[in-house]
Design a protein around this ligand. Structure first.
Ligand SMILES: NC(=O)c1ccc[n+]([C@@H]2O[C@H](COP(=O)([O-])OP(=O)(O)OC[C@H]3O[C@@H](n4cnc5c(N)ncnc54)[C@H](OP(=O)(O)O)[C@@H]3O)[C@@H](O)[C@H]2O)c1
Length: 314
């Protein structure tokens, strides 16, 4: 099968041909039609998990995908042959991933039937960004009456966070460079601040002089979180998807610090499907590329400037 893989950690991702995997007991084989790109994909290629997962090489990249159940292993009861499915196919320990014509999933893993009427390229963009956003907004207890700053709002996770935080009734302030402010407002942000202009805190205080209740941050480093945390009122929460928060430093300022770790599951993905079906959440696709262009798309994501999700057509 065609796939995009690395020959070792730190190597440049490249197109290759590898054997089609075979499903064992409790597993399904999925023929992938589309994959969704996440920053984790190039971080894995760089060696992010080299001390925690003993991966074989070549290592196929990618986790998010959508396709058709091609074969089911012994004992599989939830998913059926021929069903359209989407989800997170995280297979680093076996060298498998979603940038390939076929991959495996556990019957009880974070894979679900695709929402009605959704096409494969759209479904592949959803899993990690939307599951992360939903769990993040819930774990930060974002609620009506609060004011929330979303940092990294224009990216794949951020655009879902803006919608779900606004959906709770909270007032959302989103970071956005010039040209993205209108998009952020369409997704539910009440105000935007441009991080490229500097003095982010001053821009927020100009619209909310009394400070804010929560920061949901997809990009900052630790120094950045400590600077932005000055906006929070006592009892406020700072949540980071990049594990940049120092919870002790936050506690010393009467704030709560949360380093968010995603726990993808079929149940969480089904809740995402319900929100999409109810038109309360939509995924924003920035570009689609063929499988062979996935290495260039990964390099582009690493360089920054994402305006939504990149989808890979397989
Ligand atoms: N912990 C978890 O479970 C978990 C789950 C999912 C994702 N993540 C992590 O969360 C991060 C975001 O993921 P993603 O998929 O949303 O990435 P993405 O699609 O690449 O988007 C990142 C966005 O942040 C913007 N940005 C960059 N620097 C900024 C700054 N200083 N202030 C405000 N915005 C800024 C970028 O636009 P500009 O470059 O134009 O500014 C871009 O729109 C990644 O590091 C990813 O690995 C963690």
């Amino acid at each position: 099968m065609r796939a995009i893989a690395v020959s070792e950690y730190g190597a440049t991702p490249a197109p290759t041909h590898l054997p089609r995997p075979r499903p064992g007991p409790g597993e399904i084989l999925v023929r992938l039609i589309a994959a969704g790109l996440n920053p984790l994909d190039w971080k894995v290629a760089d060696g992010l998990l080299k001390d925690s997962v003993d991966a074989p090489f070549p290592l196929i990249l990618g986790q998010d995908g959508a396709g058709v159940v091609e074969e089911v292993g012994e004992g599989v009861t939830r998913l059926r042959h021929g069903e359209q499915v989407y989800g997170s196919f995280f297979g680093v320990a076996r060298g498998l991933g979603s940038y390939a014509e076929y991959t495996l999933a556990e019957d009880d893993g974070p894979v679900a039937r695709m929402p009605d009427g959704m096409i494969y390229t759209e479904a592949a963009a959803v899993p990690t960004a939307c599951m992360t956003a939903l769990a993040l907004v819930e774990r930060a207890h974002v609620d009506e009456g609060q004011t929330v700053l979303v940092v990294g709002a224009t990216g794949g996770v951020g655009q879902a966070v803006v919608q779900l935080a606004a959906d709770t009734g909270a007032t959302v302030i989103a970071t956005a460079r010039e040209g993205m402010a209108a998009q952020m407002r369409r997704l539910g942000a009440e105000a935007t601040v441009d991080h490229s202009l500097g003095d982010l805190n001053g821009q927020v205080l100009a619209v909310h002089a009394d400070g804010i209740d929560a920061v949901l941050d997809m990009v900052s480093d630790t120094a950045g979180t400590e600077e932005i945390a000055q906006l929070l009122r006592p009892g406020g929460i700072y949540a980071s998807t990049t594990w940049a928060v120092n919870p002790d430093a936050m506690a010393a300022r009467e704030l709560r610090g949360l380093n968010f770790e995603g726990e993808p599951s079929a149940e969480l993905l089904e809740r995402v499907s319900d929100l999409i079906d109810a038109s309360r959440l939509r995924v924003v696709i920035e570009r689609e590329v063929p499988l062979e262009e996935a290495p260039a798309a990964l390099a582009a994501n690493r360089a920054g400037g994402a305006r939504g999700k990149t989808v890979i057509r397989i």
